[in-house]
Design a protein around this ligand. Structure first.
Ligand code: B1M
Length: 211
């Protein structure tokens, strides 16, 4: 694995052009895409968050870093989603209502695809009624909810309640995740599981699919 500190720095600086070039180079040198994500790209976004918190960075810097991260992820996506032919399960995924953060959710979606799941990605700012409609239409057996803001976490509970009201709750496993989400929160809102990161989400979904 080449030293990709420059990828970390490019994302931190919001330099999408450099991030894309470094990603291409690394892939040409057979770097492991998942290791690139976990060792360099996710830590860069965490540092962006820390700088935002201490007012060293503001929303424009967040947007630039997100653009750089997304550009690199787009190149890695085909490698992260490679899988065999038989789907392990069908997942409806989305970031909950009021929340526009979609980078982590996209990563979870890619790894789930790579882990053998068929994934229906509803995007960000998804209301409970859209999750309900998608589960019904697509006959999904998993729902993955992402939230990055503490103020949007209650939308997770509302989505679970909406699934219950539509008599779909027993048909699906609901998994939750996102930076402010915890196992305790998952238990409190009646979710079936919590995953702290994308790889853990795949492990959990596979375990539940096999149960
Ligand atoms: Co925002 N933002 N943001 N932001 N942003 C955070 C989340 C924040 C923690 C920054 C901070 O203060 N340190 C803070 C939230 C504070 C809080 O609620 N406690 C915050 C804020 C305040 C805001 C705004 C309100 C800022 C403003 O406008 N004043 C605003 C809100 C907009 C809205 O959503 N309505 C806002 C906007 C934005 C941007 C649009 C500029 C941009 C998002 C761009 C995009 O996503 N397209 C942005 C960014 C980039 C961030 C930070 C810096 C990085 C998020 C990220 O992409 N991380 C973030 C700081 C941080 O998280 N430390 C921050 C990388 C990503 C790979 O990690 O998303 O955690 P993450 O996903 C992980 C796991 O959490 C897990 O797996 C993923 C991969 O391992 N996971 C799941 C995620 N979803 C899962 C679902 C699952 C399982 C696992 O299902 C089973």
């Amino acid at each position: 694995m080449p030293d990709l500190t420059s990828l970390y720095t490019a994302i931190l600086n919001g330099d999408a052009k450099a991030a894309t070039a470094i990603t291409k180079e690394a892939l040409a040198e057979n770097a492991d895409p998942l290791e690139m994500v976990n060792r360099y790209m996710v830590p860069a976004m965490s540092e962006v968050g820390k700088r935002f918190e201490c007012e060293e960075y503001f929303v424009p810097e967040l947007l630039l870093a997100a653009r750089a991260m997304k550009g690199s992820l787009e190149l890695l996506r085909p490698l992260l989603t490679e899988r065999g032919s038989e789907p392990t399960g069908r997942v409806v995924i989305g970031t909950v209502k009021g929340d526009l953060h979609d980078i982590g959710k996209n990563l979870v979606a890619s790894l789930l695809e790579g882990g053998g799941f068929e994934v229906i990605d509803l995007g960000a700012d998804v209301g409970p009624e859209r999750f309900v409609a998608a589960v019904r239409e697509k006959n999904a057996n998993f729902v993955c909810l992402s939230a990055l803001l503490t103020v949007t976490m209650p939308s997770m509970r509302k989505t679970i309640e909406a699934l219950r009201a539509a008599n779909l709750r027993d048909r699906v496993r609901v998994l939750v995740g996102g930076a402010p989400v915890t196992q305790q929160w998952a238990d409190e809102i009646g979710a079936d599981g919590f995953a702290p990161n994308a790889s853990a989400a795949v492990t959990l979904a596979r375990r539940l699919a096999a149960a």
